[in-house]
Design a binder for this molecule. Sequence first.
Ligand code: NDP
Ligand code: 2IT
Length: 443
Amino acid sequence: MSYTSKVLEEAKSKNPNEPEFHQAMTEILNTLQPFADANPAYEKAGILERLVEPERVIIFRVPWIDDNGKTRVNKGYRVQFNSVIGPYKGGLRFHPSVSLSIVKFLGFEQIFKNALTGLPIGGGKGGSDFDPKGKSDREIMGFCQSFMTELSRHIGVNTDVPAGDIGVGAREIGYMYGQYRRLSNRFEGVLTGKGLIWGGSLARTEATGYGLVYLVDEMLRQNAHSLEGKTIVVSGSGNVAIYATQKAQQLGGKVVALSDSGGYVYDADGIDLSAVKEIKEVKRGRISEYVNYRPNAVYTEGKGIWSIKCDIALPCATQNELNEDDAKLLVKNGCIAVGEGANMPSTLEATEVFLKNKVLFAPGKAANAGGVATSALEMSQNSTRLSWDFETVDSKLKEIMVNIFNNINSAAKEAGCENNFVAGANIAGFKKVADAMLQQGVI
Ligand code: NDP
Ligand code: 2IT
């Protein structure tokens, strides 16, 4: 049995009932196999055994009081996975589906993603099974304050710097930052995605979606294609989906569909992003309302967005939202490229279908790294007490995304699997983290 298979089997049996974490480990360890086997120093130093075990897992009670005066309780998590190249860095997700398995898969992916950015950030992730949908502002604030009361003991500018993810945007970061500042009596860059008038970075809001499109654009360009005139389907209609749509439109693409957990809208004339922003960013409404703004658009309840014919697919909602049948349908309909804005949106089987059919496939840990990279740029600005203009941050973001593509492209070539960017991203990210672990000894 190979070193990677041994570690995978043992990690699965030691961590039962964590299907998403198993999935993330399976993808990474399987693609690393030839590389890890060719470098026995990794096995001798137990690099993989250490990598799959988080440095620290914190699980805590989050009590809060709802608008009816009733006390409610949620679970809070922070998984501090690996700090070998920098302080733990990664988002907080508030969604009823959040479990230890989900936080561990996200934290594990984050280690390699953050390494790919080329910036000094380790991997972590956290969140809660709290559901922000339908809650009043007061309930959101009460929850965020209670969550931060415990989390504040475990984070710090040089220790662990959380940010947003699903269900955590500017409003939640604001309430959590306020509580941290009050408890610690310190004004410091302990969270990213902050408001622009209290330490946030310009372009952080746009960064994940813009970065995704910069990387996909570069991948297309280096393969004799471009975004110009392409039909694009984007899933989700949150932060990542909105700014991926905006940049894709700016670069000449035509985005014809968006979705949320209720269903999807198809607009043959191209999505009107100002309508989507009003529905989602202002009214916190449902994507079904889009047809009130554009009567020719069609709303369909439920899944099925991947049945729409497109040249490029950008899954930007959540894990496992695109399965094997969806992938086959996309291939059949002539899709040439997929860029993952979400974390692990394609199942293992779907990814196989894309790779077998030579679809240009940019995996999430490379394609959506622009968000966390810009968070690291926010940390740099905070530590120098300066702020850069939009163009400065945006041009750094673009440079980082092009570099990431070049790195995963050459890692794939070196490994003898040209255009397999899944292998390229995993090998390039792993190599950096593993070599840092070798250099820092057994810890
Ligand atoms: P938002 O909360 O802003 O938006 C999430 C979107 O995805 C919503 O449209 C939501 O629909 C949909 N969605 C969420 N969960 C589900 C589900 N279980 N089934 C179907 N649809 C769902 O989050 P973000 O845009 O920030 O995050 C989207 C993805 O991008 C996530 O995978 C996240 O981890 C990843 N990501 C985010 C980064 C960031 O900087 N924000 C950085 C890198 C990756 P509904 O409103 O109906 O729930
Ligand atoms: O998945 C991710 O990379 C994020 N949610 C962003 C993390 C961050 O620290 O900006």
